[in-house]
Structures are given as structure tokens and as C-alpha cells.
Design a protein around this ligand. Structure first.
Ligand code: TSX
Ligand code: MN
Length: 631
């Protein structure tokens, strides 16, 4: 990779010997691989170029072994980057506390640097690639002084899957290395699969060089100079200044969504912000669903649902990202490119998500949660009462600051999916799983019914463009304000969203439409006049899942309405559920006036996509408006 231009540069092999020697002398190249073991020439060149640029003290090429994880976490315990949790309560688990200025993704510092600004679209920040590259080269110059530069080979998706892709992250953060070990399939097996094939280079630095005599912080970061940069044409990721989550674990939002969405557009597949779940009926018939919701709608909770209906079993393939491709059989197949979950801790409890609570009992890295005096973790919503003498996410005793929260609202757990009690048997299957239904959803207090089904692929894609959520107290901005988030991809699409809608529409030409997944829209969040939720949600959502399952099998348990199919009188299985008829009627009817306003609102919103808005979506909106008039 020529860091200055974005393609690979020939380097003399003498550099290789020099680097190797340099690291041996510094004495820190312990476990892990050495450069001579690497076979991929482009990888070797890139590593050496980054070394020249960032000037780390030494290089560590990760092998992904247990010993390496042990060494790394032990080292971070020494520097207070990690606090080991009570081994009897949470074996092999750690707590990390971030710097106060580094607690979430930074969308205003996230850039899509395409050649033409128009290709980034109105929903992304853009900067001219050459200018951005120059700025980044200045920032990265010497940024790893005094630190170890880690090289992380990782596979997004099962090793050897035709849907999977390989990435290499270079980082100076050991916290990122340990997290990537949980979140991806990482290590030397990946290099065997890589051979001389291409990979996505992901460069990351916390942006705090350690000069002689300087003492490191437990969580180094550079809040004044955060840059999360994507070059969609050359398929590169550069991230500077932050060590947190999606800013720093570049496999996740940066690669698996922003860069992969562009790859999908070029190559004819989909990279989506979707959970993937298996669902089995009492007769043992099984289907797979994928679902896209904006944040704070409970995607992780749905992915691991324990259904209230006896005999219905739900299994977890993924809770955040789906890569989907049409295979030879004409169906859409999906893999989860990730190997772990990076879930929001606050609100997770045995009531809201028992399977998540059981998953995080071991092998988990927690960030910005509270620490109990027993050496366990705690956060708001985990149990009713705050434990006595709990230390908050900033490391202060909670009794000294009773008003402050114990956990940060964006506190997270990073935990392996393989440790989930309801992990799907095909989670690691290179073939992936065939998708029968795609669900969209949002947090809406009115208008949008509990569940509806689209009447065609095109109508379903239209529903995807309408995804929106009312903001909650946790999100910034006013409470209850409508926020459009088409396909839940607004912060994650690596190109113009108008082109993205067109890409979705094109799938009905790639295969027989009857083989494509059926598309649904769900809303668990309708409220009554007293602001009480009309639907109990959580386990009871299993009833909605059953209706969807049966619709795919063409059961005639629905009525056609102007907005799509809704469950008919007997459609939803309400056995042993007490819900007042008024609520039920409201959840499953068409609010004609509300929808007419919705049409106006959408017509206004679509204007930001200008002439890139596909005609077919505008036609769907017009047709909806006409159907509502006749009603
Ligand atoms: O995740 C949620 N789901 C999906 C579960 C599979 N949440 C939490 C959203 C924030 C992440 C929900 N909140 C759901 C839901 O279905 N529904 C609601 C709203 C709600 C909250 C509480 C109650 C009912 C509905 N009932 C009581 O508190 C008793
Ligand atoms: Mn997400």
C-alpha cells in the first residue's frame, strides 16, 4: 500500500531484514509471528510502510493464541488498562474504563473520502481524498513512538466462506487487540487462508506517542484530533485519536458496514446493519430471519429471544451485522461477519435478555460499567437496587456522588457469540444460512402498526427507506423527535444512500422474486393516550415472529390494507396473553390520517437524496398516497 497514493509500492527486501533486526534488539517481539513467516508480499510492504510512518518501538504480529491473549491482558492489568474481575463470578473477564472524552462513536469525525463528493451522498461527511490523506500522514507521523505496533489478521465471516473477507488491522492499542480477538476470527489461521489474496488494510492509532520519560495513561486517546476515515475506492480505513468501540475496532462499523456496503454495491451483494436469527416451530421446521432496527430498539434482545410461545425456539447467528449474497439456488444467504457481540450493558437484565446475561458470565471485556465490592460488574437496569459501595465507571466510589450514574449510558460488553446458550448450530457454517424474512423496525409511539407485511420486493424496499425512530432520553436531542434512519444504515452506508436504495431494488432482477425473503415492518413501541406501551414486547414478540413464520408459508392469516398485509382476527396467536381489545385494535389497524402525514413527511425527507432517489420508491410513495385516499 502506498500510503500517499493508496496503492502498493515496491520496497527493497533489505527493509524487511532491518525491521526484523530492530524488533529483536528492542526485545519485545515475544510470542506471535515474525515478519519472515508472512507470505503475503503486499502485507509485508504495508506493515513496513506503516512502521516507517508511525515509528513504533516494536512490532507484534498476532497469532490469536490463548497464550497471547493471556500475555496481553496480564500486561494491561499491570498498566491499569484492565481490572481483572472476580474469577469465581466472571472467569477470564475484565473491566476497562475509558477516558471521559472517549465514550462513543464520533459521527461528526467520521468521513467517507470518495473521489467525488456526490458519491458520498448527503448523509456522510466528505473531504477530498488527497487532502485527507495528507492530513492523516501528518497525524500518524511518529504517532506510535514508545509503543508496540500490533498487526491483527482477522476474517470477517467463517474461514473459507465465499461470503467472507479478510482484513488486517494495525493498532497501537492492546485493548483493541484483545477486543478484536473476541469480536472477530483472529490469528494465524487467517494468514493461511489469506495467502496472496487481497485484504482490507485498517490502520489505527490512539494518537498519543510516548516520548522518553512519559508515563502512559490507562486509556490513552487524543480527543482534539479524532478522525475515522474511509476511502471507499481504494478500500482503506484510517482511524486516529480514539480507542473506543466502533471508532477503534475497525472490523465492525468501518469495515463490515461502510467499506463492505461499497464492496457489495460493486459486486452485487449486501452488507447490512441486521441481526440474524434462526426460528424453529414446534414441528421442528426452521427458518432464518434478518432484521434492521435503529439504535435503542432492542436488536440484541430480539436476536436472542426466549419466545413466550411453547415449542418455538429462537437461535442466534448475529446481533448486529449481516453479509448477504444470492447463491446458485437463487436464494439470499447470510453470514454474520463478526464472532462477538459488542452490546450496550445498561438495561440488560435477566428480565430483558436472559441469554445475554448468561453469555457474559465469562470471557468478556466490559467497558465503562460499575465495579462492585465483590469484584463483579453492575449497571443501571441490571437489578432493581444499586449495590452498596459500587464504584462508578469513572472509578469513583458511588456513595461520594450519589446523583451520578454507575455505568455510562454507552457502557458495553464484548463477548464471544460461541458462548451464547442459544447460539445457532450454523453460526460458523461457511455456507451461511438462507434468509426467509427481512424485518425492518423503529421506535414509533403511533401510526406504525405492531406488524405489517409488504406486498412485493419493491414495496418492501420502500418500507426500508421509511425506517425511523423517535428519540429516547438516552440519545442526544429532544425526546420524541422523529429521526429518519433508512434501513438503520444512516451512519453506516459507505456511499450515496440514493444509490444504496437502487442497489436494494436491483435484487428483484438478480433472481426469481418468489425466492427472495419476504419483507416485514414491526413496531414494539406504540403508546396509548397515557403514554403506556400498548404491546408488552420482549418474550411476547415471539407471537409476532410466529405470524411472520406462517406468512412465509403462505398461510392466509392476513388482510390486505392500503399499507400492506396486517394480521387478521385470528392472525396473531394470543394464547395466555391478556391484552385489552382497544390496545389490540390500535396495534393492528391503519391510522389513515397518521399515514397521510407520514407520506408528507417522507416526501419532504426524500428531497435530500435529490435526483439519486429511485423513481420506483417515489412511485411506491405515490401509490400509497392513492390507496389511502380511497380508504
Ligand atoms: O428490547 C426491547 N424489545 C425487544 C425485545 C425482544 N425493548 C427494550 C428497548 C430498549 C433497548 C423494549 N421496550 C420492547 C421490546 O419488545 N418493548 C419495550 C417497551 C416496553 C417496556 C416495558 C414494558 C412493556 C413495553 N413493560 C413493563 O415494564 C412491565
Ligand atoms: Mn449496531
Amino acid at each position: 500500500m502506498d500510503l500517499k497514493k493508496g496503492f502498493f509500492l515496491k520496497l527493497k527486501s533489505s527493509f524487511l531484514m532491518f525491521t526484523f533486526f530492530f524488533c529483536m534488539q528492542s526485545g519485545a517481539l515475544q510470542a506471535g509471528l515474525n515478519l519472515e513467516q508472512l507470505k503475503n508480499k503486499e502485507l509485508i510492504r504495508w506493515i513496513l510502510q506503516v512502521e516507517q510512518l508511525c515509528k513504533p518501538d516494536c512490532i507484534h504480529i498476532c497469532d490469536g493464541s490463548d497464550e497471547e491473549f493471556k500475555d496481553l491482558t496480564a500486561q494491561m492489568v499491570k498498566t491499569n488498562t484492565l481490572i481483572p474481575l472476580n474469577g469465581e463470578l466472571r472467569p477470564n473477564s475484565f473491566l476497562s474504563r475509558s477516558c471521559e472524552e472517549d465514550v462513543a462513536r464520533v459521527e461528526d469525525r467520521t468521513f467517507i473520502c470518495s473521489m467525488n463528493q456526490r458519491d458520498a451522498g448527503p448523509t456522510n461527511n466528505w473531504k477530498e481524498p488527497a487532502k485527507m490523506r495528507k492530513q492523516l500522514l501528518e497525524l500518524f507521523e511518529g504517532s506510535m513512538r514508545g509503543r508496540t505496533m500490533y498487526v491483527i489478521p482477522f476474517s470477517m465471516g467463517p474461514l473459507g466462506s465465499s461470503i467472507s473477507h479478510i482484513g488486517i488491522q494495525i493498532t497501537d492499542s492492546p485493548y483493541v487487540v484483545a477486543s478484536m480477538r473476541i469480536m472477530t476470527r483472529m490469528g494465524k489461521e487467517v494468514l493461511n487462508v489469506l495467502e496472496n489474496n487481497s485484504f482490507i488494510p485498517c490502520l489505527h492509532s490512539v494518537g498519543v506517542p510516548l516520548d522518553k520519560g512519559m508515563v502512559d495513561k490507562p486509556w490513552p486517546c487524543n480527543p482534539e484530533n479524532k478522525y475515522i476515515v474511509h476511502f471507499p475506492e481504494t478500500k482503506e480505513i484510517w482511524s486516529f485519536g480514539s480507542g473506543y468501540g466502533g471508532n477503534a475496532l475497525l472490523a465492525k462499523k468501518c469495515f463490515a458496514l461502510r467499506i463492505a456496503s461499497k464492496m457489495g454495491q460493486e459486486e452485487g451483494w449486501l452488507a447490512e446493519h441486521m441481526l440474524i436469527m434462526g426460528i424453529e416451530n414446534p414441528q421442528g421446521e426452521k427458518k432464518y430471519f434478518a432484521a434492521a432496527f435503529p439504535s435503542a430498539c432492542g436488536k440484541t434482545n430480539l436476536a436472542m429471544l426466549k419466545s413466550a410461545l411453547p415449542g418455538w425456539k429462537i437461535t442466534l447467528v448475529g446481533d448486529d451485522i449481516a453479509w448477504m449474497k444470492i447463491k446458485e439456488d437463487g436464494r439470499l444467504w447470510a453470514i454474520n461477519p463478526e464472532a462477538g457481540m459488542f452490546g450496550v450493558a445498561v438495561g440488560t437484565s435477566y428480565a430483558s435478555n436472559p441469554n445475554a446475561m448468561d453469555t457474559i458470565k465469562k470471557d468478556t471485556i466490559f467497558t465503562n460499567v460499575g465495579l462492585t465490592k465483590e469484584g463483579d460488574v453492575w449497571w443501571e437496569g441490571m437489578s432493581k437496587d444499586t449495590p452498596l459501595n459500587c464504584i462508578n465507571w469513572l472509578g469513583n466510589n458511588s456513595s461520594d456522588c450519589l446523583k451520578e450514574n454507575i455505568a455510562h449510558a454507552n457502557a458495553r460488553f464484548a463477548t464471544p457469540i460461541s458462548g451464547c446458550p442459544c447460539v445457532d448450530p450454523s453460526f460458523d457454517d461457511p455456507r451461511g444460512v438462507p434468509i426467509s424474512a427481512i424485518l425492518f423496525g423503529g421506535r414509533r409511539s403511533s401510526v406504525i402498526p405492531l406488524v405489517m407485511q409488504s406486498t412485493s420486493w419493491q414495496h418492501g424496499v420502500f418500507l426500508g427507506t421509511t425506517v425511523s425512530s423517535e428519540t429516547t432520553a438516552a440519545a442526544n436531542g429532544a425526546v420524541g423527535k422523529l429521526r429518519h434512519d433508512p434501513f438503520a444504515m444512516l451512519p453506516f452506508c459507505g456511499y450515496h444512500m440514493g444509490d444504496y436504495f437502487a442497489h436494494w431494488l436491483s435484487f428483484s432482477n438478480k433472481t426469481d422474486e418468489s425466492l427472495l425473503p419476504k419483507i416485514f415492518y414491526v413496531n414494539w413501541f406504540m403508546k396509548d393516550e397515557n403514554s403506556q406501551f400498548r404491546w408488552p414486547g420482549f418474550r411476547e414478540n415471539g407471537r409476532v415472529m410466529k405470524w411472520i413464520f406462517e406468512r412465509i408459508d403462505l398461510k392466509p392469516n392476513a388482510i390486505k390494507t392500503p399499507i400492506g398485509y396486517l394480521p387478521d382476527e385470528q392472525g396473531l396467536d394470543l394464547t395466555h396473553l391478556s391484552i385489552c381489545p382497544k390496545n389490540l385494535a390500535n396495534l393492528l389497524s391503519v391510522d389513515v390520517m397518521g399515514w397521510q402525514d407520514e407520506v408528507k413527511e417522507l416526501r419532504e425527507y426524500y428531497k435530500i437524496f435529490e435526483d439519486k432517489m429511485p423513481q420506483k420508491i417515489l412511485e411506491e410513495l405515490d401509490a400509497l398516497e392513492e390507496r389511502l385516499k380511497k380508504n
